[in-house]
Design a protein around this ligand. Structure first.
Ligand SMILES: *[C@@H]1O[C@H](CO)[C@@H](O)[C@H](O)[C@H]1NC(C)=O
Ligand SMILES: *[C@@H]1O[C@H](CO)[C@@H](O)[C@H](O)[C@H]1NC(C)=O
Ligand SMILES: *[C@@H]1O[C@H](CO)[C@@H](O)[C@H](O)[C@H]1NC(C)=O
Ligand SMILES: *[C@@H]1O[C@H](CO)[C@@H](O)[C@H](O)[C@H]1NC(C)=O
Ligand SMILES: *[C@@H]1O[C@H](CO)[C@@H](O)[C@H](O)[C@H]1NC(C)=O
Ligand SMILES: *[C@@H]1O[C@H](CO)[C@@H](O)[C@H](O)[C@H]1NC(C)=O
Ligand SMILES: *[C@@H]1O[C@H](CO)[C@@H](O)[C@H](O)[C@H]1NC(C)=O
Length: 361
């Protein structure tokens, strides 16, 4: 059969157009399809108790839009070991918020994602430059960054390009700031709001992590303040591209409970966006931890695993709505039997921190 040059060209162009429509890409890379979701965004807040968050409209108003997870648990206290656990499947013996560098030979979720050709980005509000490795700058803190603490990211110039800015739009002092005695913010940021840019363009990584700054995440403020921020982030940013929530699984969660050692480490969590419509407004009481997110992600794209908390059956139930699609069987741990999750186990980083006072390594 004779096929003309121009028809080959047309077919090629057609095939290209169809595949370009199928999935979104980031940095020119197409992300393989997932079993249960096409991409995931985690937004982590700080240090609030479940009951306090439930009473705040900014959080509670979103419950009708998603699946409330009322048995989701942090790993330990304080902040840093939880963020490290989100990237590495362990707290590696970290029991404080000091400056750590986890050796580059330690595998992470970033390795697993990249091995399968999946893209990722960590959006950090107020980070002063792309890939900044310092301890603190204005309202940005390294301890709330789930990637930079791993030398496989922090010492790799290519991967550092994935650590980018978030919303920086809060320079003026509001009435609420005055009431809470928050000083106008002096630190000058000239980084773009890369998250808004990516949402607008639809050129989005498969795996996204968003850390609001120390005011917006509730750390230096309270649950009401964080709720106001979330309401605005939801309306103005997440909904700014109508396809974003349709195609993206969004997990709103907290790094840890406020009540430290006096109560179980349960954190208010909500799955939004690309969840089955009929489950919107429901509550799921499956026992989850931050390792559940890792396990769900690993199974969604057949990434393999890290062989740490992510493969501990007790700690890594996958999101129930996706249990079948992910070919996994969750274990049943009721709220009453749930462990407190206050791990202070020694590990490879025990005694390995130091305090850095200057900005760059
Ligand atoms: C977190 O601490 C508070 C105590 O202030 C407690 O009411 C709450 O139940 C704790 N954790 C949970 C299970 O949310
Ligand atoms: C990983 O690197 C650290 C520090 O560079 C080293 O002490 C450790 O032995 C290495 N581990 C493995 C399994 O290679
Ligand atoms: C740095 O990261 C890039 C992108 O993931 C990777 O291709 C490269 O091998 C890494 N370099 C080192 C020295 O690990
Ligand atoms: C948060 O702080 C503001 C200002 O001090 C106060 O009006 C509000 O009631 C507080 N909210 C919570 C949940 O503590
Ligand atoms: C990604 O791109 C495709 C094709 O252009 C489009 O259909 C889809 O809605 C986009 N997603 C987002 C979040 O913009
Ligand atoms: C698995 O998790 C449970 C519950 O946190 C814990 O008690 C157990 O020690 C963990 N197992 C391993 C091998 O770490
Ligand atoms: C780091 O500084 C904090 C605050 O000054 C202190 O509590 C901590 O012990 C220091 N850690 C190290 C490893 O020096």
């Amino acid at each position: 059969m004779y096929i003309s040059y121009s028809s080959i060209l047309t077919l090629t162009l057609l095939a290209f157009t169809v595949s370009a429509k199928k999935d979104n890409h980031s940095n020119g890379k197409h992300n393989p399809k997932g079993r249960a979701f096409q991409r995931i965004l985690q937004v982590w807040f700080e240090n609030q108790d479940f009951a306090d968050v439930s009473a705040v409209p900014g959080f509670n108003d979103l419950v009708k839009e998603g699946i409330l997870l009322d048995n989701f648990n942090a790993i330990t206290h304080p902040s840093e070991p939880n963020y490290v656990a989100a990237g590495g499947g362990s707290n590696f013996g970290i029991t404080n918020d000091d400056y750590y560098n986890i050796p580059a030979n330690v595998s992470t979720i970033y390795d697993l994602l990249e091995n399968k050709g999946l893209t990722w980005k960590v959006y950090q509000e107020d980070i002063p430059s792309v890939g900044y490795t310092g301890y603190k700058a204005g309202q940005y803190v390294r301890k709330h960054n789930p990637a930079i603490i791993f030398d496989s990211v922090g010492l790799n110039a290519t991967r550092l390009q994935n650590i980018v800015g978030g919303n920086t739009n809060r320079a003026t002092q509001t009435e609420q700031h005055k009431e809470m005695n928050i000083k106008p913010y002096a630190h000058h940021i000239n980084l773009d709001d890369q998250f808004q840019k990516d949402v607008t363009s639809g050129d989005l990584p498969a795996w996204m992590f968003y850390t609001p700054n120390m005011l917006n995440d509730g750390h230096d403020t309270n649950a009401s303040y964080a709720g106001n921020w979330l309401a605005s982030f939801y309306e103005k940013t997440l909904k700014s591209n109508p396809n974003f929530l349709k195609e993206t699984l969004v997990l709103i969660t907290f790094d840890e409970n406020h009540s430290k050692t006096t109560a179980r480490n349960r954190v208010w969590s909500l799955l939004l966006g690309a969840v089955p419509k009929k489950l919107k407004g429901t509550t799921d009481s499956t026992f989850y931890t931050h390792y559940s997110t890792l396990n769900s992600v690993e199974r969604n794209w057949d990434l393999g695993n890290l062989g740490r908390g992510d493969t501990n059956k007790t700690e890594s139930n996958v999101f129930k709505f996706a249990e079948k699609a992910l070919h996994y069987k969750n274990v049943d741990i009721s709220i009453a039997d749930a462990p407190w999750n206050l791990e202070f186990l020694p590990g490879m980083m025990t005694g390995k921190s130091y305090n850095q006072t200057h900005a760059a390594v």
